[in-house]
Write a protein that binds this ligand. Structure first.
Ligand code: ZN
Ligand code: ZN
Length: 342
């Protein structure tokens, strides 16, 4: 029963075209709408085809948010002043690296993500999601739904990301994302098309499942979620940990400080937004041991010189342990995967 309905609404929405798209809003009193809701309706009326309207809006939004969020990180990377907060200060991305990364990201956006984005509207409608409809849900409903999507995506990513670290999958798929051992914002979506598909299921699957179970979700909530998720992904790859970074205020948040270690050491810290799953299942053991050693070495050095460490002394300790962690992992990764001929 559900399958038949799903399929027919999928087909209807895929080929949907209304001769007069203003009819979509026949029963709506426009004077009661907010400015944003009026623009939303105007966009759907202007484009005239809800599939195209949603697809275009989704793709443009994705590009603007992703690259828009990367620009401040590119500026920060070009300013030596900010090196004091760089997690791996000896590795600053060059312009050539950033351009190479941008080219692959753009290629996957147009060849992998664009078709998926255009298929999203029919899929969303089939699952009962509201798209062109106004008014929007209230802010409290949206906030609770977005929080839930963060939790679902984090859990999916935690499991799928570990699976991608299994030898054959790592070599064939995930190794590409690990090209940069000191990541930068643009590298967030530098990944194999299959990885984009597998990990993207956590971003899209949660809302679709929620919509299927509750029958109540507006695509504007989905957009809010995706914008925040894109910011989270770019920031986690930024390579900077500021005193005002979110994890210093909200300790469950992962942030760059957590994910940068994953890129540096090729292991541990598999989740995206939060730290609790890695903590509960012990997949942050090396990360915590590393942080503990840094704290101990600094305490020892402080005791030896009998004063607070200068920035240079403190950096030297971190650089020494960082180099050790990287060498250890290079050896581990070459011995683990050496026997695999793929
Ligand atoms: Zn990984
Ligand atoms: Zn990453």
């Amino acid at each position: 029963m559900y399958n038949a309905t799903t399929l027919s609404s999928f087909a209807t929405s895929l080929f949907y075209e209304d001769e007069n798209p203003a009819h979509l809003y026949d029963t709506i009193d426009f004077s009661s709408l907010s400015w944003l809701e009026k623009q939303w309706a105007a966009w759907y009326i202007f484009v005239g085809n809800p599939v195209l309207a949603t697809g275009l809006m989704s793709f443009i939004l994705h590009e603007l948010v992703y690259f828009g969020r990367c620009v401040p990180w590119m500026i920060i990377d070009s300013m030596p002043y900010f090196r004091q907060w760089k997690l791996q200060p000896n590795k600053i991305p060059t312009a050539a690296q950033q351009w190479e990364c941008t080219k692959l990201v753009l290629l996957t956006h147009f060849t992998v993500e664009l078709p998926q984005i255009f298929l999203f509207h029919p899929l969303a409608v089939a699952f009962g999601m509201q798209t062109f409809q106004v008014p929007f849900p209230d802010l409290k409903t949206m906030a609770l739904q977005v929080a839930l999507f963060f939790i679902i995506e984090d859990a999916w990513h935690y499991v799928a990301h570990q699976a991608l670290h299994y030898g054959p999958l790592y070599r064939r798929i995930h190794k590409l994302h690990h090209k940069y051992s000191a990541p930068f914002g643009l590298a967030a979506e530098y990944a194999h098309p299959l990885e984009i598909l597998i990990l993207g299921m956590g971003t899209v699957g949660g809302p679709l499942l929620y919509c299927y179970l509750t029958g109540s979700l507006h695509i504007v909530t989905m957009y809010t979620w995706i914008v925040l998720r894109l910011w989270q992904a770019v920031d986690a790859h930024s390579g900077y940990d500021f005193p005002w970074s979110l994890h210093n205020i909200f300790p469950l948040w992962s942030g760059a400080e957590h994910h940068d270690f994953h890129h540096m050491a090729f292991t541990n810290n598999y989740s995206t937004s939060f730290r609790y799953l890695d903590f509960i299942f012990g997949t942050d053991n090396k990360y915590r041991a590393y942080r503990k050693r840094i704290a101990e070495e600094k305490a020892k050095a402080r005791a030896a010189v009998k004063h607070e460490l200068s920035k240079a002394e403190s950096d030297a300790i971190e650089a020494k342990l960082m180099a050790e962690a990287e060498t250890e992992e290079r050896e581990w990764s070459s011995s683990t995967y050496a026997h695999l001929t793929l």
